[in-house]
Write a new protein. Structure first.
Length: 300
């Protein structure tokens, strides 16, 4: 029994045919068939039911297949580890950062990484709502920084470290608020446009957060656009406090004080990686440095 034979079995089951596995693995169909026969011979059982149009696993084959997937996963991890040892530092490291997070906090870390590992490309991807979590869970990024509830993160196989607690605040321009001199609750804003940033991930599909039923909405894909529309008086919404504190100070934006809605909400941000993932030396150093942010941020 070899890893190559287990890869053939996986490809046949996932593709549904010898031909599909052949195309996926760039091997001839006879080579795939022979490999599967050798695997069955080595194990002494039939893994595949060949009586129908589409190959499927026997009952015994199903159990073997589940174990084979674990073996292949461990084999992949060993290959990753060997490759890291062989090639040294990564060519690139992708980190997905929630746009709600103040990037100024990360600038000293990126500067340190750049000086220590000048040949490794750091790719910073800005994400929204669950986009960062989605990116790291689906292996489009080695690390992510995202705001979330701890209970939500428990649904994923992640290692997480709380790094800071930040504020988001409900704001609008004086121009918009002038239309509501007796504003007391959110229902009075139903006919105004709430500016909503769209989720760049898929973890809240068909779910709108912090939006009341029947609310008029404008959708944008970044906080800069949201802030611009709020400043213009077109609408209102929650924005990271660090992004609008100067606007509030100079009177361009005003916190919205409503009886049924909190004006300012604290959100917890975490750095995260996939549990069991073997990080390369650069990604590992990034993880180490970002994980230490908690002390400096909370004592500001």
């Amino acid at each position: 029994m070899t890893l190559e034979q287990l890869k053939m079995l996986k490809a046949v089951i996932q593709e549904g045919s010898i031909q599909g596995a052949s195309n996926r693995l760039f091997k001839t169909q006879p080579a795939i068939s022979k490999g599967l026969q050798q695997l069955e011979s080595a194990l002494g059982i039939s893994l595949l039911d060949r009586s129908g149009y589409k190959l499927k696993l026997t009952q015994q084959g199903e159990l073997i297949y589940q174990k084979a997937l674990l073996v292949l996963d461990q084999g992949d991890q060993l290959s990753q580890m060997a490759n890291h040892f062989k090639t040294g530092y990564e060519a690139k490291v992708v980190i997905a950062v929630d746009a709600m997070f103040d990037l100024e906090r990360l600038a000293p870390i990126f500067d340190s990484i750049q000086k220590a590992f000048p040949l490794t490309q750091i790719i910073l991807k800005q994400e929204f709502i669950t986009g960062g979590i989605d990116a790291v869970v689906n292996e489009r990024a080695e690390l992510a920084i995202s705001a979330s509830e701890a209970s939500f993160l428990e649904g994923f196989k992640l290692v997480t470290k709380h790094i800071c607690t930040q504020s988001i605040i409900n704001v609008a321009a004086p121009k918009m608020l002038a239309r509501h001199p007796q504003l007391t609750d959110s229902s009075q804003l139903r006919d105004e446009y709430q500016i909503v940033v769209q989720d760049s991930g898929k973890l809240t599909k068909n779910v709108e957060l912090d939006v009341q039923k029947g609310q008029r909405k404008w959708y944008v894909n970044d906080f800069y656009s949201k802030r611009t529309l709020c400043l213009s008086g077109i609408g209102w919404g929650r924005l990271p406090y660090f992004m609008v504190k100067d606007d509030i100070k100079n009177g361009k934006l005003v916190p919205i004080d409503l009886a049924d809605t909190k004006t300012q909400v604290e959100v917890r941000s975490y750095v995260m990686k996939v549990k069991g993932q073997i990080l390369g030396p650069v990604a590992n150093e990034l993880w180490h440095l970002i994980s230490k942010l908690e002390i400096s941020l909370e004592t500001d």
